[in-house]
Design a protein around this ligand. Structure first.
Ligand code: DHE
Length: 584
């Protein structure tokens, strides 16, 4: 069932839309990109869907501009933000992909651009035309569109934020004690991606306690230090603050912090529990510190600035993951395109102190080691993991993972029989799982090195997971092109990792869900509080049934399937206790 590596790579590369290389089309490019179909990796490139909905006007015409009606420009702009901006940038000045500003595109000319969009390039540009993803008319429209000046989306500063801010239940009107019978620590907040909702599911009874409306294409949930408040962010940058003490739990405040966003977090340092929330935006490139009780926006910081190594200006560095330090009153803010990690001291936000750490470009997701002192974050397009010492406030190491495009989620912490505490990441681009030593005191020779590389099901993995009470490491592969692989999970036994070639077991989680309709992918394991069960999302299309499958961690047998018409496109799941205590 393991697809060979080359087949997988060609599928994924095409989908990953990495680069529109604006060099001359190599002879025979058409032939070389024949197998360049748009693969499932495409689903994982940032899609600026909210920006695509904005009404735009054609920027001031210049002599020689191609003819485009306002309707065509609007339609092309939508396609650009949904399909192209994730790599080429909102302002078309380049990100992981090359810049597409008119000075460059005009030099290449209409026919060149049309053919490039049609056939793609071996360097990673998808073959939008020959794959059927775009019609001939759409390709023609996109070639004309990128010859014109880009449409610059609006900024989103304090006036816009305050206008969007709503306190639905004031702090003084909220309950003074928990009013429901929910075991909040074992509650799961489940992203219902395409419904723009979250489901709150009881970890003991599997009962859906509430389904709440949130932002568009909602992304992640994070929990306040006390465990009372749940913060959820949508891709449209809307933050919902949910009071879990209410019966039933309900949104008590909301605010929009931009137009496109992916991350939210809350202050965790002693004395600052539940005091602040922070959210990071893709557009505009900024993060916002908010009052933890009301979401009142207090401080906006732009991330525009210099790339850490070249020291050239980047106009739109997106904010990727944000975590809260346990050692200092600081948020750790990871800035993608400039490759900087900012330690934002929230103890005095009027006189904000920021420590800026040079890490690596294209920072994305990450998590803490088991001690909670070191934060490991993937610079995914660079194949590296940066290690931040949150106690000392500096970069400890930059590690090549050896695989293609590390994607840890929050990663998984294991007690390795030979190397002691290690942290794991799987990869989007191949089947490898890298185990990195994280114990500089007990195992100094192995600290911050890849001590072992495992081979799991195949590429297209997004998340690994374990728990201090578990002897297992779970590795998903939801973006693998093979339907059987993308519906399965590999499980390694941690105490057997000392063996030469550790074997893994395959859990047919998708099959266990018993869904006949569609081709669901199995994504993101999340443990219950006790660490005795792991939950997986069986993520189907919006109009098809999905499910959550619960596996007994000891026996690796199916324990329960949650099916409900309200479970539309479940993806991320966040157990209240594990999320607030960084247990993974
Ligand atoms: Fe995510 C975390 C960005 C697509 C499910 N995702 C993150 C984080 C970022 C991010 C920056 C870290 C947040 C943090 O820790 O503060 N994700 C992006 C994208 O830019 C991308 C590639 C494309 C896009 O347009 O959004 C993307 N993500 C996806 C998906 O398609 C997934 C699989 C399904 C979905 O719900 O959209 C998905 N992302 C997740 C999940 C997490 C996440 C479940 C949190 C994992 C965790 O364990 O904490």
């Amino acid at each position: 069932m393991k697809p060979d590596r080359a087949t997988f790579r060609s599928g994924l590369l095409a989908g990953s839309a990495l680069v529109l290389a604006l060099a001359a089309i190599p002879a025979g490019a058409e032939q070389k990109t024949d197998d360049h179909t748009t693969g499932p990796g495409a689903a994982y490139q940032p899609s600026m869907t909210t920006l695509g909905e904005l009404q735009v006007e054609i920027p001031g015409r210049k002599p020689g501009d191609p003819v485009m009606t306002p309707e065509e420009y609007q339609a092309a702009n939508k396609i650009y933000f949904e399909r192209c901006a994730g790599c080429h940038g909102v302002l078309r000045k380049g990100a992981t992909g090359k810049p597409l500003t008119p000075d460059i595109t005009r030099e290449n000319g209409y026919e060149y651009l049309r053919d490039f969009i049609t056939y793609g390039s071996p360097a990673g540009m998808p073959n939008w035309g020959t794959s059927g993803e775009l019609t001939e008319e759409q390709v023609d429209m996109m070639a004309r569109y990128i010859l014109l000046e880009p449409a610059e989306p609006p900024e989103f500063g304090m006036p816009e934020m305050r206008a969007s801010w709503k306190v639905i239940v004031k702090p003084e009107d909220r309950p003074t004690r928990k009013m429901n019978d929910i075991d909040i620590d074992n509650l799961f907040s489940v992203t219902l991606r395409d419904a723009g909702q979250i489901a709150l599911i009881d970890g003991g009874t599997y009962e859906i306690k509430a389904v709440l409306d949130t932002g568009y294409a909602v992304h992640i949930s994070r929990i306040s230090a006390s465990g009372r408040y749940l913060y959820v962010i949508g891709r449209d940058a809307k933050v919902n603050m949910i009071d879990l003490w209410m019966d039933p739990p309900a949104t008590v405040a909301e605010v929009k912090i931009g137009t496109e966003a992916r991350s939210v977090e809350t202050s965790k340092f002693e004395g600052f529990e539940d005091r602040y929330a922070i959210a990071g935006a893709y557009w505009p490139p900024q993060y916002v510190i908010m009052d933890g009780d009301t979401l009142e926006p207090l401080k906006i910081k732009s991330t525009r600035g210099m790339i850490y190594d070249e020291q050239t200006y980047h106009p739109e560095p997106r904010v990727a993951s944000i975590v809260a330090s346990h050692y200092r009153p600081e948020f750790i803010v990871n800035i993608k395109e400039t490759g900087k990690v900012q330690l934002v001291d929230y103890s005095d936000i009027r006189n904000l102190r920021i420590t800026e750490i040079e890490a690596e470009r294209f920072l994305h997701d990450g998590g803490f080691d088991r001690s909670g002192r070191y934060f490991l974050v993937a610079a995914n397009a660079r194949g590296k993991v940066a290690v931040i010492d949150t106690k000392e406030g500096k970069l400890t190491a930059l590690i090549e993972t050896g695989g293609e495009t590390p994607h840890p989620g929050r990663g998984a912490n294991l007690m390795h029989p030979v190397y002691g505490p290690v942290w794991a990441t799987s990869h989007l681009g191949d089947e490898t799982v890298a185990l990195i030593g994280t114990d500089p005191e007990g195992h100094p020779d192995h600290a911050w090195k890849v001590v072992q590389t495992l081979e799991a099901l195949g590429g297209g993995s997004l998340f690994v997971k374990s728990h201090p009470n578990s002897d297992h490491l779970y590795v998903d592969a939801p973006l693998n092109p093979d339907a059987e692989v993308s519906a399965s999970v590999a499980v390694f036994t941690v105490s057997e990792l000392g063996q030469e070639e550790p074997e893994y077991k395959v859990l047919p989680v998708g099959k266990w869900a018993g869904i006949e309709d569609g081709q669901p992918r199995v994504v993101q394991g999340e443990f219950n509080k006790a660490g005795s069960e792991i939950w997986f999302s069986v993520w189907n299309a919006k109009d098809k049934p999905s499910a959550i499958v619960i596996v007994d961690d000891k026996t690796l047998k199916l324990k329960h399937v949650i099916k409900d018409p309200r479970l539309i496109t479940p993806t991320g799941k966040f157990n209240v206790y594990n999320t607030r205590s960084d247990v993974y």
